[in-house]
Design a protein around this ligand. Structure first.
Ligand SMILES: Cc1ncc(COP(=O)(O)O)c(C=O)c1O
Length: 458
């Protein structure tokens, strides 16, 4: 068994996380259940800050909240000194509701709606990251309306392909994200922003994609970013000096128990020298080096507990059904992503006790959760722990077949805290309008019209 974070086997032989017995968690909170290893997230947050600060004092680590966004993770990340990256009015509202400081929030998005821009500027976020030429004027207008000068960054498309699954790639020329350097759009964005009274061009940003396990693409991107700044400074941006350079996230994780992605210390060791050599001389003093990890802060800290249902045989292979699937983790279907799983009551079984198995969910789809995993014979009611599910699972939940959204429990030091309860049917129908309700609303509206301003209709 590959032990993520604080995972261990307790005296009863059960899988424990954060000192909590997973069978007990499943009994107490039901399944499916998202379990988050709090100490692991804290450790990773500190590791990022310490690793990068060891090379350059002006470091900003922003948690990419899209990876997993509940109030308690915002509180945890900000308490650890991280800032936040959000990508919609909804993510911003949740972050603010959880107490995040807007001056430490960066607002992204390839299509920012009017509502997004209005809320972000009105909330005084640290920066909006400009992703297209069209939004520059809208952000400037909103800033002037508010009587503020809004800081913005530019997301560059540097035309770098990370050579993984195309669905993971966001920095190549075909990507919908960012302003392309090679077409001249990025330089045009610099010139336009510098001409806007309501905007201050803070810095540059790039994000190449997800699950990157080699630092060479980011090194090349920093080199190319330096070349772009030199080009800008030779033209319209002669006196402009970036105050921030941000490497979007994308740092890979160990999904399969075998991959060894670079650690934060290795990312810092490889990236900061390129930054110091090729970018810092072109920048404002004290330029901030930013990094925006999402997956690599929370993926390995998450485990989903499921109850095993019926099992079948297909030749030598066992087909195992669990009580969740596509709704609580769409990633295997969307990305053919790999997860590992163990039997919570006996995670260290080895050898002949294990058989090739495929784990399915219970949706009315072929929702294969794990294509190939070695598991013992399983009986209905046993608890299966699917590992490395902290990122892009809860945040990608969908209501297919109307399963309830599972609860989230944080575990640390032998204590479990329920931070999101299980969704109830009543929660899911709050936005539904029945014909009888609609009639009642229409009657009420009609009544209001007849009654006039004083409320009387006699
Ligand atoms: C702009 C930006 N920053 C950071 C991230 C986080 O990426 P990851 O979760 O792969 O670290 C993303 C992910 O899509 C992103 O678009």
């Amino acid at each position: 068994m590959f032990k993520y974070g604080t995972q261990d086997v307790n005296a009863d032989g059960h899988l424990e996380i954060g000192g909590c017995d997973t069978l007990e968690l499943a009994r107490r909170y039901g399944t499916p259940l998202y379990v988050i290893d709090e100490a692991d997230v804290r450790g990773r947050s500190r590791a990022y800050l310490e690793a990068f600060r060891a090379h350059w004092p002006h470091i900003d680590v922003a948690y990419a909240s899209k990876a997993f966004l509940v109030g308690e993770i915002v509180r945890l990340a900000t308490a650890e000194g991280l800032s936040l990256d959000v990508v919609s009015a909804g993510e911003l509202r949740l972050a603010l509701w959880a107490g995040a400081d807007p001056s430490r929030i960066t607002f992204h998005g390839n299509y920012k709606t009017h509502e997004d821009i209005e809320l972000a500027v009105r909330s005084r976020v640290r920066s909006l990251v400009v992703d297209c030429l069209d939004e520059i004027e809208a952000i400037d207008r909103q800033a002037r309306r508010e009587g503020v000068v809004q800081a913005v960054d530019i997301r560059l498309n540097l035309g770098i392909d990370i050579h993984t699954d195309p669905k993971y790639t966001t920095g190549s020329l075909e990507s919908k994200f960012g302003l392309a350097v090679h077409t001249g759009d990025a330089a045009e964005a610099v010139a336009r922003i510098l001409g806007c009274a309501g905007l201050r061009l803070r810095g540059l940003h790039f994000h190449l994609g997800a699950q990157v396990v080699d630092t060479k693409y980011h090194r090349r991107a920093l080199h190319d970013l330096g070349a772009f700044v030199r080009e800008v400074q030779a033209g319209a941006g002669r006196s402009w000096r970036p105050a921030a350079v941000t490497v979007g996230g994308g740092m890979g994780v160990n999904y399969d128990g075998v991959t060894t992605p670079p650690t934060p210390a290795e990312w810092a060791r490889d990236l900061i020298p390129v930054f110091l050599r090729e970018v810092v001389p072109l920048c404002a003093p004290d330029v901030v080096f930013g990094v925006e990890p999402g997956r690599s802060l929370v993926a390995e800290a998450g485990t989903t507990l499921y109850t095993v249902g019926p099992t079948k045989h297909s030749g030598a292979r066992r087909l195992v059904a669990v009580d969740g699937g596509l709704s609580d983790n769409p990633r295997p279907i969307m990305y053919q992503s790999v997860h590992h799983a163990v039997l919570a009551s006996n995670p260290e079984l080895t050898g002949a006790a294990l058989h090739e198995s495929t784990v399915f969910g219970r949706h009315c789809e072929t929702d294969k959760l794990i294509d190939e995993v070695l598991l013992p014979d399983l009986a209905p009611g046993e608890v299966l722990a699917v590992q490395c599910t902290g990122a892009y699972t809860h945040s990608m939940f969908n209501q297919h077949n109307r399963f309830d959204k599972p609860p989230v429990v944080f575990v640390e030091g032998g204590r479990a805290r329920l931070v999101v309860r299980r969704e109830r049917f009543e929660d899911t129908i709050l936005t539904e309008i029945r014909e009888t309700d609609a009639d009642a609303d229409a009657d009420a509206d009609a009544g209001a019209e007849v009654s006039g301003p004083d409320g009387g209709n006699e």
